[in-house]
Design a protein around this ligand. Structure first.
Ligand SMILES: NC(=O)c1ccc[n+]([C@@H]2O[C@H](COP(=O)([O-])OP(=O)(O)OC[C@H]3O[C@@H](n4cnc5c(N)ncnc54)[C@H](OP(=O)(O)O)[C@@H]3O)[C@@H](O)[C@H]2O)c1
Length: 305
């Protein structure tokens, strides 16, 4: 099968399309023929080892000293079940599934074998493969951090989303709407159209407005792009308000997150925001795009037709 191999840490050019053995599912696994994945900010961080100081050492220890121990990057997928192991009861050949692999990676490839009890479920029945792949990373991360902020227990919360036009930001807007939030989005001039298309009319421009002069207060301030510190925003928090940032902590992955995204998508309450779509052999270009830190929504990588 074809797979994108990360040959070492570095610029996008370290990614190479290679022919490798197709995985064979064990008795509890399903073999998924991947149709689409996404190039996420997490993938480019691993590829480039773009972290400083002590974290760089920790990352090398966790991921591999000179190159990723798991050379096929990518953490989200959508595709078709091609084979099931003999003890698999949850899936059948032909099922359209989507899921996430987290630190197991492996989705920039034509096939992946995953345990039937891992983070994989049937795709939203009204989604294309590109859409299904696009909703996972940002959605899962936003659900995690908004849960940590206690959004479900705050009636009609006022929510400020910083970095509203990225993968996590566009997901956070839609999830906060699901919780009946009154949302203000922080984005640049370039992102205004996208934010409005998600139904947000309160907009703060990070490239022009001085937020220190803002007077609105919020129950939740969520930095979905990790560019700010709590100190810069704490004057805009209500009493009992919380500030959360993607910089702090790891967004754990659960099957419940996938189930919620599927349900919202099927009910028309969540849409896939796709900035650009690339083919598998354009993976270097896709990584360059995500490296800019200016992508809108998600960058989909189409693996097969
Ligand atoms: N802790 C975790 O477990 C976890 C999980 C997932 C992601 N993350 C982190 O979350 C961050 C966001 O991920 P992502 O995939 O959503 O990123 P992304 O899609 O690459 O974010 C790009 C977007 O951020 C906007 N942006 C850039 N600088 C901004 C600023 N100063 N203020 C407001 N908006 C700004 C850009 O808009 P303009 O182009 O208009 O500037 C662009 O639309 C990444 O750093 C990632 O590593 C953490």
């Amino acid at each position: 099968m074809k797979a994108v191999i990360c040959t070492r840490y570095g610029s996008p050019e370290v990614l190479q399309l290679q022919e490798i053995a197709k995985p064979v599912p064990n008795s509890h696994q399903i073999l998924v023929k991947i149709v689409a994945t996404a190039v996420n900010s997490g993938d480019v961080r691993v590829r480039s080892l773009d972290v400083n100081g002590f974290m760089r050492i920790i990352m090398r220890l966790a991921l591999g000293i000179s190159k990723p121990r798991k050379p096929i990057l990518g953490t989200v997928f959508s595709g078709v079940v091609e084979k099931v192991g003999k003890n698999v009861s949850k899936f059948n050949v032909g099922d359209r599934v989507f899921g996430m692999t987290g630190f197991t990676f492996g989705t920039y490839a034509e096939y992946i074998a995953v345990h039937q009890n891992s983070n994989v479920i049937e795709m939203p029945n009204n989604a294309t493969y590109e859409e299904a792949a696009a909703i996972v990373f940002g959605g899962q991360t936003a659900i995690h951090f908004l849960d940590k902020a206690g959004i479900a227990g705050r009636p009609n919360p006022k929510v400020l989303v910083i970095g509203a036009t990225g993968s996590v930001g566009t997901a956070a807007i839609q999830l906060a709407k699901h919780h009946h939030a009154d949302i203000t989005a922080v984005c640049s001039a370039e992102g205004i159209g996208l934010v409005k298309s998600l139904g947000v009319t309160n907009i703060m421009r990070y490239d022009s407005a001085d937020h220190t002069r803002q007077t609105d207060k919020f129950d939740i301030i969520f930095d979905a792009v990790g560019k700010t510190r709590k100190n810069e925003w704490k004057h805009l928090l209500n009493k009992n308000g919380v500030y959360k940032s993607v910089r702090t902590g790891y967004a754990s992955e659960t099957i419940q997150q996938l189930m919620l995204l599927k349900e919202l998508f099927e009910n028309g309450k969540y849409k896939a925001v796709i900035g650009k779509t690339f083919s598998m052999d354009e993976v270097v270009e896709a990584h360059r795009y995500v490296d800019t830190g200016r992508k809108k929504g998600n960058a989909v990588l189409r693996i097969s037709e």
